[in-house]
Design a binder for this molecule. Structure first.
Ligand SMILES: [Fe+2]
Length: 257
């Protein structure tokens, strides 16, 4: 499995405070079956805006330390980019994309979507980027009206759900919203958003719940198939429930009867 959203890079944001904690979490992730991790530290102007060189240095430190500990996980560069006007102009110079691809992990205001959200996303897509919205289920606008997510996907934006949302760690509303998005096929990735706050990595519990409540196809799509495509450059489908429906009779009816 590949975890595309983590804050395990040490000393750069509100995630891992030091390299020991990062290594501890990489060990937990390896035990859980993770093979690749994207290091998506916050990039939020001006609170979290680390120089490119510092991130490069930290990644090298973590790769070295992981190697010494015989941890066999590939670490990929990335960022969780807070959307603001003009952000599309600095993605390249700040090296904010996922593993140097056109995919971007993005976030916005939790309490209320900014009025120019669609404009900022449009600018990114027009510049050739493929935004992935982190944890849509945690936004107030989505909890109030989950169908807004379908509109955003239509604007060429992928969705990444947090495993902790499915497990109920953020409360009932977020949990309910996350499962609803998943059941409707409005989720393309499942990731941990691991901030290293507790010495636990329960991402795989959420994956197993998806296997139990939905199916293996969806669990694999969100944790393996689609994340691999970020690295290989293959096209990721925006809407996949209909194609599953063709392959697997009865899938759709299970959710909407
Ligand atoms: Fe995050």
């Amino acid at each position: 499995m590949i975890d595309i959203h983590t804050h395990i890079l040490h000393g750069v944001d509100d995630g891992s405070p030091d390299i020991k904690i990062s290594i501890e979490h990489l060990k937990l992730m390896q035990e859980a079956g993770i093979t690749d991790v994207f290091l998506t530290s916050h990039f939020l102007r001006p609170a979290f805006q680390n120089p490119v060189e510092l991130i490069t240095k930290r990644i090298a430190e973590l790769r070295d330390a992981a190697k010494k500990e015989n941890i066999n996980i590939k670490l990929h560069r990335g960022a969780e980019i807070y959307l603001d006007d003009g952000i599309h102009n600095i993605i390249e110079s700040e090296q904010l994309s996922l593993a140097d691809t056109k995919y971007l992990l993005v976030e916005t205001n939790m309490t209320e979507f900014p009025a120019d959200l669609y404009h900022i996303l449009y600018e990114l897509v027009r510049a050739g980027y493929k935004p992935i919205l982190a944890h849509p289920e945690r936004y107030m606008n989505v909890m109030m009206k989950p169908s807004i997510v379908e509109d955003i996907i239509h604007k060429n934006v992928y969705m990444q759900i947090n495993s902790s949302s499915l497990l109920g760690h953020y409360g009932n509303s977020i949990q309910k919203t996350a499962w609803r998005l998943l059941e409707q096929g409005h989720a393309h990735f499942l990731a941990s958003d691991n901030h290293c706050r507790v010495p636990i990595y329960d991402h795989n519990l959420a994956v197993n719940l998806i296997r139990k409540n939905i199916d293996d196809f969806t669990a694999d799509l969100l944790t393996k198939t689609n994340p691999v495509k970020i690295l290989t450059g293959e096209k990721i489908e925006y809407f996949y429930v209909k194609s599953i429906q063709k392959e697997k009779k009865g899938f759709f009816s299970r959710f909407f009867k």
